[in-house]
Design a protein around this ligand. Structure first.
Ligand code: HAM
Length: 442
C-alpha cells in the first residue's frame, strides 16, 4: 500500500505540478517570505530562527494552560530514552522570547525587532485553512512598552499584506487590558455565567473555573446562543486608566497614518500571554471565523518564562496558507517564476559535454540549463519553450570549431551570433530586461 502524508499537512510543490493550488505552490510560499522580508527588514527587523521543538513547559507557561492549544492541540515529541517532555512548537512567540532571554539579546539596542518564518504544529480539526502543520511569518519587538511600537507593528502587518496584493483585509483592534483589568472582567463573567451553568457547553463550564474569558472564544452554538441572550459586556468596558490611555495612543498613531482598522470590543485571542493591545487581521474570502493573522502585546511573557525583569514585547503572526487562500479568493496573479536565461542543446552526442560546460559557465550570472543528450533542433526548441527559457543555443561541431554560438531569443524571435567567450557579457546585458523574479534571494 502506498503511504500518504499525514492528515492536515501539505506538500509544497514545484510550478507546473498537476493539481497545483496556490496554497501548495512552493514558489508562492517563497514569494510571501521574500515580500515579508523586504517590508520587515526595511523597518529594521532582523531574521532569527528557533528550534521546531521546545520544552513542553515553555508552551504551557507561555501560551497558557487554559488555552485550547495547550489542552488539546500539542504534538508531543518522543524518542528512545527521552522523557517525552518536548513538543512541536504551536507558535513562534514563546520560543523567540526564550531565545531572547537565553542569548542575552537585551544587550542589543532596544526596541529589538525580530522576524522569522516557518512551520507550526497544532493538532486541530482539519478543515479549509486549518491545518496541523501550517506556516507563519512572525514579527516580534522586544524591549519597549511604547504605544508607537504597537502602531508600527500593526501598520507593518497591513503593509506586508498589501505588498502581496491582498486588498479586502480589515484590522480588528481591541485591548484586553492589564492583568488587574482582566481579573475584574473575569469576575464579572463568573457572576454572569454561574447562574446559567446548565446552558453552557462542557468545555465552557470548565473554562468558567480556569479562565472565563475563553468562553467568549467558544465556537459551540450552545455557548453562542447563551452569550447572545445574556448580552455580555465587552472587555473594553473594563479597561483601567493605563490600558485605556495606551489604546487611545495606538489609535491616534494609526489614524494619523491612515491605517484602516475597526475597533472590535470582542477581541479575546486564543493565547494567554496577551495584555493591552490585541488585534486580528481578517479577510472576507477566507471565512468569518478564520483570521489571516493576529497579534498583541505580551509584557508579562518574559517573566512567565523565568526572567527576573519585565521585558515588554509585542508582535504578530500571519498564516501563510491563509494568506495564499486570500490571494486566490481575490484572483491576485503572482509574478511568474522566470525560466532559465539560457538553454543549451548539442546536436550530436560528441558535443553534449561541451554544451553542458557552456551552460555551467553562465551559472555564475543566471540560471542556465542544458540537454542531457543530443537533440534535433525542433525537439530542443520544444524543450526550451516548456522550461520557459529566454535564449536557446544549439551546438554542433561547426560552433565548437569556430568558437561562436548562434543564440535565438525566444521572446523576440531574433537571432544573435555571439563569440563563445563573450557569452557572459552578452547575456548580462540582456538580463536586465527579464521579468521580475519571485524566487528567493540566497
Ligand atoms: P495565532 O492567532 O494563534 O497567533 O496564529 C496566527 C495566525 O496563524 C492565525 O491568524 C492563522 O492565520 C494562522 N494559523 C493558526 N492556526 C492555524 C492552523 N491550524 N492552520 C492554518 N493556519 C493557522 C499566534 O500564533 C501568535 N504567536 C501571534 C503573535 C506573535 N502574537 C504576538 N506575537
Amino acid at each position: 500500500m502506498a503511504i500518504n502524508r499525514p492528515k492536515g499537512t501539505q506538500d509544497h510543490l514545484p510550478d507546473g505540478s498537476p493539481k497545483l493550488s496556490l496554497d501548495t505552490r512552493a514558489s508562492a510560499f517563497a514569494f510571501v517570505r521574500e515580500t515579508a522580508r523586504r517590508v520587515l527588514e526595511r523597518a529594521g527587523a532582523q531574521f532569527t530562527d528557533t528550534p521546531l521543538f521546545e520544552e513542553a513547559e515553555l508552551v504551557q507557561r507561555g501560551v497558557g494552560g487554559s488555552t485550547d492549544i495547550v489542552r488539546k492541540e500539542m504534538f508531543t515529541v518522543y524518542y528512545f530514552g527521552d522523557h517525552g517532555g518536548f513538543i512541536l512548537r504551536p507558535e513562534g512567540t514563546a520560543g523567540l522570547v526564550r531565545s531572547y532571554l537565553q542569548n542575552g539579546l537585551k544587550q542589543l539596542p532596544a526596541p529589538l525587532k525580530l522576524w522569522t518564518h516557518g512551520p507550526m504544529f497544532r493538532a486541530e480539526n482539519v478543515q479549509k485553512g486549518r491545518l496541523r502543520q501550517f506556516h507563519q511569518v512572525d514579527y516580534e519587538v522586544l524591549g519597549s512598552a511604547d504605544a508607537l511600537v504597537d502602531a508600527e507593528a500593526i501598520a507593518l502587518m497591513t503593509e506586508v499584506v498589501q505588498a502581496l496584493g491582498v486588498q479586502k483585509v480589515k484590522v480588528k483592534l481591541g485591548s484586553i487590558g492589564d492583568p488587574e483589568d482582566r481579573e475584574a472582567y473575569n469576575a464579572y463573567l463568573r457572576g454572569l455565567f454561574t447562574p446559567h451553568l446548565e446552558a453552557l457547553s462542557d468545555d465552557s463550564r470548565d473554562r468558567l473555573t480556569r479562565n472565563p474569558m475563553r468562553i467568549l472564544d467558544s465556537k459551540s452554538a450552545q455557548d453562542q446562543e447563551l452569550m447572545g441572550t445574556l448580552g455580555v459586556r465587552p472587555m473594553l468596558d473594563f479597561l483601567g486608566e493605563g490600558a485605556r490611555a495606551h489604546f487611545e495612543q495606538v489609535r491616534g498613531y494609526l489614524d494619523a497614518w491612515g491605517v484602516n482598522y475597526d475597533v472590535d470590543p470582542s477581541i479575546v485571542r486564543g493565547l494567554d500571554y496577551y495584555r493591552r493591545t490585541a488585534w486580528e487581521l481578517h479577510h472576507e474570502g477566507v471565512g468569518a471565523k478564520s483570521a489571516l493573522g493576529g497579534g498583541g502585546r505580551y509584557d508579562g511573557l518574559a517573566q512567565e518564562l523565568g526572567s527576573k525583569e519585565t521585558v515588554p514585547g509585542i508582535g504578530w503572526a500571519f498564516g501563510i496558507e491563509r494568506l495564499l487562500l486570500a490571494l486566490e479568493a481575490e484572483g491576485v496573479q503572482l509574478p511568474a517564476t522566470p525560466g532559465p536565461l539560457l538553454y543549451v542543446a548539442a546536436l550530436d552526442e560528441v558535443n553534449v559535454g561541451y554544451a553542458a560546460s557552456v551552460a555551467r559557465q553562465v551559472r555564475t550570472l543566471a540560471r542556465a540549463e542544458f540537454a542531457y543528450r543530443a537533440m534535433k533542433p525542433a525537439a530542443a526548441f520544444r524543450d526550451a519553450e516548456r522550461r520557459g527559457a529566454r535564449f536557446v543555443a544549439l551546438i554542433g561541431s561547426q560552433e565548437v570549431g569556430q568558437g561562436t554560438l548562434s543564440l535565438k531569443d525566444l521572446q523576440t524571435g531574433e537571432q544573435h551570433t555571439v563569440v563563445t567567450r563573450d557569452l557572459q557579457s552578452f547575456l548580462g546585458a540582456q538580463q536586465s530586461s527579464t521579468s521580475p523574479s519571485m524566487q528567493e534571494q540566497p
